[in-house]
Design a protein around this ligand. Structure first.
Ligand SMILES: Nc1nc2c(c(=O)[nH]1)N[C@H]1C(S)=C(S)[C@@H](COP(=O)(O)OP(=O)(O)OC[C@H]3O[C@@H](n4cnc5c(=O)[nH]c(N)nc54)[C@H](O)[C@@H]3O)O[C@H]1N2
Ligand SMILES: Nc1nc2c(c(=O)[nH]1)N[C@H]1C(S)=C(S)[C@@H](COP(=O)(O)OP(=O)(O)OC[C@H]3O[C@@H](n4cnc5c(=O)[nH]c(N)nc54)[C@H](O)[C@@H]3O)O[C@H]1N2
Ligand code: SF4
Ligand SMILES: [Mo]
Length: 718
């Protein structure tokens, strides 16, 4: 029995992995303050994929895109990749190669991948799927507090609060064990849909605000207006701990609740009630404002996150014990993944790639000249959009993402992936993206490797190896090391051992905002609560310097120690419903599937419970468009179409439909979504697209999202 953490979301529930009958493995919940012995359905079934027949166990290669992928040995695969990369670089320069990483990768992998891109490939073109996830909240957090750590406090703090406002988060489905910490007497859920979370709030006497998608900025301005009008702004805190309130307030002045109602559709009385509940809690037992992807995944996501932060600041929440603002990070290592250099503009430890002192520090650790480190690259969608285009990368290496399903305007992006000269995907199954690749590299899964993950509260955790990977499979670190060696880098620069990489990561982040230098294997092994910054060194004559479970209690990370209000104005979504596209499509998650579904669609119990895409529609809207309950519908936006089964919901907004993005083939919600990008974070507008909907015949079997279509030699059908 090995204690480790779940492979999926940022809660990183603790689990034991142990052998089960028939050569299989099982996951059982373990005690840990975050999950308190609970797991969601995905966690319980996570071990099933370890021995799944779809598991890839040999590299796959084709030298011609019209040919089938064929199994080859590792030397053949890696030699081929390195040879092609060298040739493309020689012909088109180092930026002809792009790298696409993931917030699912361990800290060690994120770090080594960033170093690999900059040193072994010499490319600036690296970015990752966290751009689609955390970037707006991270940008807003940096702006307000001078530092971005999703939750600047442990989740257990939430239990003591009197009110918690969740803006665009549905943890009852996306992080079920978190609900155990959301026992505040006043839970306020902001979501266009009556989600399981919104229902839980209502059942417990809380409030559900259901704005039109894309109008959170107006709603947050309305709440700020209502809170101050009711005398609930914390004027002392504003004076002592912040700057910029007056200009931010000017933006809120016109947003009396009746005005906010016109834009958001949320009744003015509810806006006042919610403002009062939150403001009174702030003066009582404490209050929290938490944002999720519903508020952030917009072409104005950074400003919207700022609007929610402004509300929290006006009520005096951040940097106070028992109150606060936080963003609920999503992927398993969504936090650590955004700190260690796979983001286009970043070096390890949250250092800026444009900062000469940062470049110098990291170059010294890497043993290179600062001038050898390329400058900033371009953001995830922009990187994918120019693949194979003049000046764009001609090759792409993908580690831990399935963009063919998960990026906006996905059909267009699949064309770009097909336009590359070389597509290399490291994965443990033949994802939709791997199926398009020239080379697929089969890698080890979570329970087969060592490493560290940083959960949503900034706590660094050990991922432990419970079993050996199947023969023929390598770890991501071994793959990176193997390629670097073939590109002429000395072996010591790219160690494949996670412990060695962590030691280097600690040195590279020493003194940085996300300082991991005190995160030693011994302290991790002892189960110490290591929330970064965790600087090396000892307290005088005593134990190691403490880590930082709670940030900002003494002051914010700006030089003057004050938090910044950001003046934000409401602006409409990039695309409005209108002629030919009368409805708003918003997208997100359902309990039983994870992200692009590459993993969870292969797990029997989950696939049976949620076999295909569905669309949530109000019965009146369904009648108006000729749809019947459980019948199939075709949704069409300016970018593409999808098929989904109709689910009628009386609680839905009449102007909005919702579909999960967990399916591929003809059921790909992202074929419809809008790649309009936020000007600061470069986050796409996943949460608002104008669509029409009509009845449709069921999808043809070959376009159904394969639960487990076996392709390649190692596949098998279930
Ligand atoms: N089951 C499951 N759990 C997961 C994941 C998964 O794929 N499946 N993924 C993990 C990851 S990476 C992430 S990022 C998190 C995401 O976790 P959440 O943020 O909770 O997930 P979403 O479903 O994307 O979005 C939350 C809600 O936003 C609402 N919403 C849509 N538009 C708007 C809007 O304009 N304003 C507001 N206020 N709300 C809006 C949607 O109706 C949805 O219910 O979940 C993590 N956990
Ligand atoms: N419409 C819509 N689209 C969205 C969103 C939305 O709300 N709506 N949310 C966005 C968000 S928040 C996110 S985070 C993205 C996520 O979307 P993706 O980036 O596609 O994430 P996953 O589906 O988790 O893809 C992970 C892939 O990598 C593999 N994998 C998992 N772990 C590892 C590993 O350690 N190493 C390697 N080499 N491979 C691994 C898995 O098998 C899988 O094929 O989707 C975004 N897309
Ligand atoms: S809530 Fe997240 S970490 Fe916990 S078991 Fe479910 S998927 Fe895993
Ligand atoms: Mo995410």
């Amino acid at each position: 029995m090995t204690r480790t953490h779940c492979p999926y979301c940022a809660l990183q529930c603790a689990m034991h992995v142990e052998p089960a009958p028939g050569g299989r493995w099982a996951a059982r919940p373990a005690d840990f303050p975050v999950n308190r012995g609970g797991l969601c359905r995905k966690g319980w079934t996570a071990a099933e994929l370890l021995t799944h027949p779809d598991r890839l166990t040999a590299p796959l290669l084709r030298t011609d895109r019209t040919a089938e992928l064929r199994p080859v040995d590792w030397d053949t695969a890696l030699d081929h990749v390195a040879g092609r990369l060298r040739a493309l670089r020689a012909d088109h320069g180092p930026d002809a190669v792009g790298v696409f990483g993931s917030g699912g990768l361990t800290n060690e992998k994120s770090y080594l991948l960033g170093k690999f891109a900059r040193l072994a490939l010499g490319t600036s073109r690296i970015d990752y799927n966290g751009r689609f996830c955390m970037s707006s909240a991270a940008a807003a957090g940096n702006r307000a507090f001078g530092l971005d750590r999703g939750l600047p406090f442990p989740v257990t703090d939430l239990s003591g609060a009197e009110a918690v406002l969740l803006a665009g988060a549905n943890p009852a489905e996306t992080m079920p064990p978190l609900m155990g910490h959301l026992s505040a007497p006043r839970l306020i859920v902001v979501d266009p849909r009556r989600t399981a979370t919104a229902q839980a709030a209502l059942d417990a006497g809380g409030i559900h605000l259901a704005p039109r998608p894309g109008t959170d900025t107006a709603l947050a301005l309305g709440l700020l207006h209502a809170a101050r009008a009711q005398g609930l702004a914390d004027e002392d805190y504003i004076r002592a701990r912040t700057t910029g309130f007056e200009t931010a307030w000017e933006q809120a002045v016109p947003w009396w609740p009746e005005h906010a109602e016109q834009v958001t559709g949320v009744g003015a009385h509810l806006v006042r009630d919610a403002a009062r509940a939150l403001g009174e809690a702030a003066r009582g037992q404490g209050a929290y404002v938490l944002t999720g992807r519903g508020a952030e995944q917009h072409a104005k996501g950074t400003d919207t996150a700022s609007a929610w932060i402004n509300l929290a600041l006006a009520l005096g929440l951040p940097g106070r014990r028992g109150s606060g603002y936080g963003c609920l990070t999503g992927q398993g290592n969504g936090q650590g993944g955004r700190e260690h250099g796979q983001k286009a503009d970043q070096l390890p430890g949250y250092r800026k790639i444009t900062d000469p002192a940062a470049r110098e520090h990291v170059a010294a650790v890497w043993g290179v000249d600062p001038a050898d480190i390329p400058g900033p690259g371009i953001s995830a969608y922009e990187l994918l959009e120019v693949l194979g285009a003049p000046g764009g990368p001609r090759a792409l290496l993908v580690f831990g993402s399935n963009p063919a399903v998960s990026v906006p305007a996905a059909a267009r992006v699949r064309d770009r992936l097909a336009a590359t000269d070389l597509l290399v995907v490291a994965d443990f199954v033949l994802s939709e993206t791997a199926a398009l690749a020239d080379v697929v590299l089969p890698v080890a899964q979570w329970a087969e490797e060592e490493g560290t993950m940083t959960n949503l509260e900034g706590r660094v955790l050990r991922r432990r190896k419970a079993l050996d990977p199947p023969p023929g499979v390598r770890t991501d670190l071994e793959v990176i090391a193997g390629l670097a060696a073939r590109l002429g880098r000395p072996a010591r620069e790219f160690p494949a051992d996670a412990g060695t990489v962590l030691a280097e990561l600690r040195a590279a982040t020493a003194g940085a905002p996300a300082d991991y230098s005190g995160i030693t294997p011994e302290r991790l092994e002892a189960g110490e609560a290591l929330h970064w910054p965790a600087p090396a060194g000892r307290t005088p004559g005593g134990p190691p310097a403490p880590a930082t479970p709670r940030l900002f209690l003494e002051g914010f990370a700006h030089p003057d120690g004050r938090a910044r209000f950001t003046p934000v104005a409401h602006r409409p979504p990039a695309e409005q419903p209108g002629e030919g596209f009368p409805l708003v499509l918003t997208t997100g998650r359902t309990m039983g599937h994870y992200q692009s579904g590459a993993q969870t669609r292969r797990i029997g119990e989950l696939a049976e419970a949620e076999p295909g895409a569905w669309v949530e529609v109000h019965p009146d809207t369904a009648a108006e468009h000729g749809l019947s309950a459980r019948g199939w519908a075709r949704l069409t936006s300016r970018r593409g179409t999808m098929l989904a089964r109709v689910r009628l919901r009386r609680t839905a907004r009449r102007d909005t439909v919702f579909a999960p993005f967990h399916y591929g083939g003809a059921q790909t919600a992202n074929d419809l979504t809008n790649p309009a990008l936020d000007p600061v974070s470069r986050m796409p507008e996943f949460k608002v697209a104008a669509v029409r909907i009509e009845p449709a015949p069921p999808p043809a079997p070959e376009t159904a999202p394969h639960p487990a279509r076996s392709t390649g030699p190692t596949g098998g059908s279930r």
